[in-house]
Structure formats: structure tokens, C-alpha cells
Design a protein around this ligand. Structure first.
Ligand SMILES: [Zn+2]
Length: 123
């Protein structure tokens, strides 16, 4: 199942980022609308992938950046929530997806008293 390997990828990215043994509170990821990921399946996969790791109790928070596409008919960028949907402006199917395929870890929440420096500079 595709979503299991995604969950594993997220888990290893987190493990490479935090100090070993830090009890991670939550992990925020961006999964674009056009990334072709089933969010329910991803959350389900996360439940098993996190077992026995520092993410044992970590919540997976999923953000969904909007998909966008270039409409050849309108010559402008429009929203595209799903591959195969028509242009919301003119109904054309000549759309070239421009964003919404991202799949990345945005941030990792660790307890305030975790034995490591947190980034105070903000982002
Ligand atoms: Zn259009």
C-alpha cells in the first residue's frame, strides 16, 4: 500500500531530525490536493508505523495545500482540487497542474522540556 511507504518516509524524516528518544508530540505534514494520497489510509498507516518509535504518541497533522493548474483556454491559473476536474472558469479540461503535488514534513512538535535546544528564532 502506497500510504504505508509514505508514513514510513515521514517517520524516518522525523527520526533523522530529532534527538534519539525525544518523545515527539506531533508531526505536521503537507500533502497537496493533487498528490494522490488517501489521507484516511495515511493516518491509518501512521498508527502502525509509529509503534515502538519516538513517535509512539505523536499525532499526524495533515495540511492540504490547494491544487492549482494553468488553463490553456483561459490563459490563467485556476484552482484544481482533483485531477480530471474541469476548469472552474470555462469548463475546459485542458489544464496543466502547477501546484498541489507536494508531500513534505512541515514541522515536528517536541515537549518544551525535551533535552535539546528548540529553535527560538521562529520561522
Ligand atoms: Zn479555463
Amino acid at each position: 500500500m502506497h500510504e504505508v511507504s509514505i508514513a514510513e518516509g515521514i517517520a524516518s524524516a522525523v527520526e533523522n531530525t530529532v534527538t534519539a528518544g525525544t518523545p515527539v508530540v506531533s508531526v505536521r505534514v503537507a500533502v497537496g490536493e493533487l498528490a494522490g494520497v488517501d489521507i484516511d489510509a495515511l493516518l491509518f498507516a501512521w498508527e502502525s508505523v509509529r509503534k515502538g518509535t519516538c513517535m509512539q504518541k505523536a499525532r499526524l497533522v495533515v495540511e492540504r495545500p490547494e491544487g492549482r493548474a494553468w488553463c490553456v483556454q483561459c490563459s490563467k491559473e485556476v484552482a484544481l482540487h482533483r485531477h480530471g476536474d474541469p476548469c472552474p472558469e470555462c469548463g475546459s479540461f485542458q489544464l496543466l497542474a502547477t501546484q498541489g503535488h507536494e508531500l513534505k514534513v512541515l514541522d515536528i512538535e517536541i515537549p518544551a522540556d525535551a533535552p535539546q535546544e528548540t529553535n527560538e528564532n521562529g520561522a
